[in-house]
Design a protein around this ligand. Structure first.
Ligand code: ADP
Ligand code: MG
Length: 243
């Protein structure tokens, strides 16, 4: 079986700063990979390279057999299949919840108004927020806004979901409701790459955990191994601080 995401010898520089130093990674269909590591280690940059919010300096990224590092690739086509959820939910403040969710599929003419509305209803049910369909984002808590942001990403019917610290900006009491939605998505077979500091989520939901430090994947293991028997001294030091 070929991997859904293949990353080969990926390097990324910002000016003279080498942020990714030869990343090799394969993610299979339906797999949930959690990316952990200290601040500044390159986790966000790696995620952003996968949907080309950042241009890799060298190396290859292949998503669903399309070499997205080729300059000829239509990135809008690729991005349609890759949903991304950020720490800051970035909902459009002047649009209702429903409008936030239906905007992209309508603009891209992927769905009729009726189809897009139906999909919004289905997704809001799934994230437990159907009663909020006509409210404005500012009327929602942070956890609710993040659940809407997940629904908005899912409205494009992506094959892959990337999450960059989706719970880091939330008050502690709202973290659980967002993780629950992500766990359900994982259980439904979504391919997910999740940058997170929520080790509990990684333990419960990840198939594999990667520890990144200084632009390198230092260690890669099942959650059981990573959290009970980490091998790399840097991993041990990091986990001592966060667990
Ligand atoms: P992480 O997500 O693990 O905290 P990042 O990928 O955000 O790490 O950042 C890795 C390094 O790249 C950091 O030193 C950061 O300052 C630097 N960096 C990230 N984005 C940019 C950018 N757009 N321009 C210059 N430096 C950047
Ligand atoms: Mg980051």
């Amino acid at each position: 079986m070929t991997a859904q995401i293949q990353i080969k010898n990926l390097h990324k520089y910002f000016e003279k700063l080498e942020v990714l130093k030869g990343i090799n990674l394969e993610v299979h269909k339906g797999e949930v990979v959690c990316l952990i590591g200290p601040s500044g280690s390159g986790k966000s940059t790696l995620l952003r390279c996968i949907n080309r919010l950042e241009d890799p300096t060298s190396g290859e990224i292949i998503v669903d057999d399309v070499k997205i590092t080729d300059s000829s690739v239509n990135m809008n086509n690729v991005r349609r299949h890759i949903g991304m959820v950020f720490q800051q939910f970035n909902l459009f403040p002047h649009l209702t919840v429903k409008e936030n969710i239906t905007m992209a599929p309508l603009e891209l003419k992927l769905k009729t108004k009726a189809e897009a509305d139906d999909k919004a209803v289905e997704l809001l049910k799934r994230v437990g927020l159907l009663e909020k369909i006509d409210v404005m984002p500012r009327q929602l808590s942070g956890g609710q806004q993040q659940r809407v942001a997940i629904a908005r990403a899912l409205a494009m019917e992506p094959d892959i979901m990337l999450f960059d610290e989706p719970t880091s900006a939330l008050d502690p009491e709202m973290v659980g409701e967002v993780l629950a939605v992500m766990k359900e998505l994982a259980a439904m077979g979504m391919t997910m790459v999740v940058v997170t500091h929520e080790m509990g989520f990684a333990k419960d939901a990840a198939d594999r955990v990667l520890f990144m430090d200084e632009g390198i994947i230092m260690e890669e293991a099942t959650p059981e191994e990573m959290f009970s028997n980490p091998k790399n001294p840097r991993t041990i030091e990091f986990l001592d601080k966060v667990l």
